[in-house]
Write a protein that binds this ligand. Structure first.
Ligand SMILES: [Zn+2]
Length: 432
């Protein structure tokens, strides 16, 4: 995918220098009082400010007193969900009542929120073809400002599976809303590839929505295997939503690339993930958010209790996975009113609360996530990396919580363009 020609407030050539402050370049490299030079949208230098030739007239950002990070990546979001924090709408009502164009407008607003929070890349987990592929391309072509999107056009689910049960029984279904059996599973992966998928999202266990149980397996092992085989033949990675032990087991033996949520992971499965190189995307913030704010946002007492239990399980899985050496990529499950866009860094704060160093936590949202996305040019400030840079006021390396306050995000640079003024304008006008 070509890098976009996004307009910024500082010229249009994709050149910029960020100087002063502590640079966290990824892969264990830090520089005090350093300098980052981005030319034509790509990093050409990050390090001490000595002996660097920067062409005259290159726009410069002062990062004194700040931490300079690569653009952050959220590897699990549901983009086309309710963006209106003032109007709480239950997710099933939103799904059933808002048209696809309506969802896409919410998606663009959510995308702006992520960008303003320093998240310059999002892995979008599908929403039954709400136009996220077109939005991705529109942004890539420079026709709208937004984070880089990697999209699964719609999630793959069996009839009566997680994602299918998001819609009430009387909802009119389309032929390819679900796929069952080997032939349909093969076909649906190919249909998604044709629709512009960057990766495949499959539901491999039940979830916690109305009318289902997380311990229900979704898809048989042979169905999962054909989905993975077909996707891998097309160079598409596969993300599996799997809460239950059986769902995780089947996903691993099928060879998926990441387990999303992974609530009921045990030691053996964690060892298998480490051995296979399967990523865990923990999505702690969704349950954390629901147990803190769920009641106010219309969840039932039982719903909040279930999600609190799921939160405890996720923390256990996270601990087991880390002990086994599983690679973790950061994902929040941001979904509109329940886990709003823009609050992504709460996930990193939770990782640190539950045992990671700040360095490890930042790695989950940068180089690890980039590696899961198969986009090694993202998530670092190494020469050759895409020029996405976030400047955060204060020392993030001693206090990860600095990232959770929008007012601390001083500058967001996307492919070499400083979008700060654009995002500030949006925030002031629209209460973003
Ligand atoms: Zn999700």
């Amino acid at each position: 995918m070509p890098e976009p020609e996004v307009f910024g407030s500082q010229g249009s050539s994709g050149d910029i220098v960020i100087e002063g402050g502590t640079i966290w370049a990824g892969r264990g490299e830090h520089y005090e009082n350093g300098l980052v030079h981005v030319r034509a949208g790509a990093v050409v230098y990050a390090g001490p400010p000595l002996d660097v030739e920067v062409p005259r007239g290159t726009p410069r950002l002062d990062a004194t007193g700040c931490t300079v990070l690569p653009g952050l990546i959220d590897a699990h979001v549901h983009l086309t969900t309710n963006s209106d924090q003032q109007r709480v709408v239950a997710s099933d009502v939103f799904r059933g009542q808002v048209t696809k164009p309506g969802k896409l407008l919410h998606g663009l607003r959510n995308a702006h929120r992520s960008l303003a929070a320093g998240f310059t890349t999002l892995r979008v987990m599908g929403h039954r073809g709400a136009g996220e592929v077109e939005l991705r391309d529109f942004i890539d072509e420079g026709l709208a400002v937004g984070p880089r999107l990697l999209v699964a056009p719609w999630w793959i689910t069996m009839t009566n599976g997680h994602g299918d049960l998001f819609f009430p029984p009387y909802t009119q279904r389309m032929k390819w809303d679900t796929a069952d059996g080997i032939e349909e599973c093969r076909k649906i992966v190919r249909l998604q590839a044709r629709a512009g998928a960057d990766f495949i999202k499959v539901m491999a266990s039940g979830g916690m929505s109305k009318g289902e149980q997380p311990h229900w397996p979704n898809y048989t092992a042979p169905e999962l295997a054909i989905i993975v085989e077909t996707a891998h033949e097309l160079d598409l990675r596969v993300a599996a939503h799997a809460l239950s032990a059986e769902g995780i087991r089947r996903s691993l033996s099928a060879g998926v690339d990441s387990i999303e949520h992974g609530s009921y992971l045990d030691e053996d499965m964690a060892a298998e993930m480490a051995e296979r190189g399967t990523f865990l995307v923990p999505t702690m913030s969704f349950n954390d958010w629901c147990q803190r704010e769920g009641t106010e946002r219309g969840l039932s007492a039982q719903g909040v209790a279930d999600l609190s239990e799921a939160h405890d399980r996720t923390i256990e899985s996270f601990t087991l996975a880390r002990a086994a050496g599983v690679k973790v990529a950061m994902g929040t499950d941001s979904s509109g009113t329940l886990c709003p866009f823009g609050a992504h860094a709460r996930e990193l704060e939770l990782y640190v609360e539950h045992g990671m160093s700040v360095d490890e936590a930042l790695t989950t949202a940068t180089t690890n996530a980039a590696s899961l996305l198969n986009r090694p040019e993202l998530g670092s400030l190494q020469p050759g990396a895409v020029g996405d840079v976030v400047v955060v006021e204060g020392n993030v390396l001693s206090d990860i919580s600095r990232l959770t306050e929008r007012s601390n995000i001083r500058h967001v640079v996307r492919s070499g363009r400083d979008l700060t003024r654009y995002l500030r304008g949006l925030s002031e006008t629209l209460d973003l």
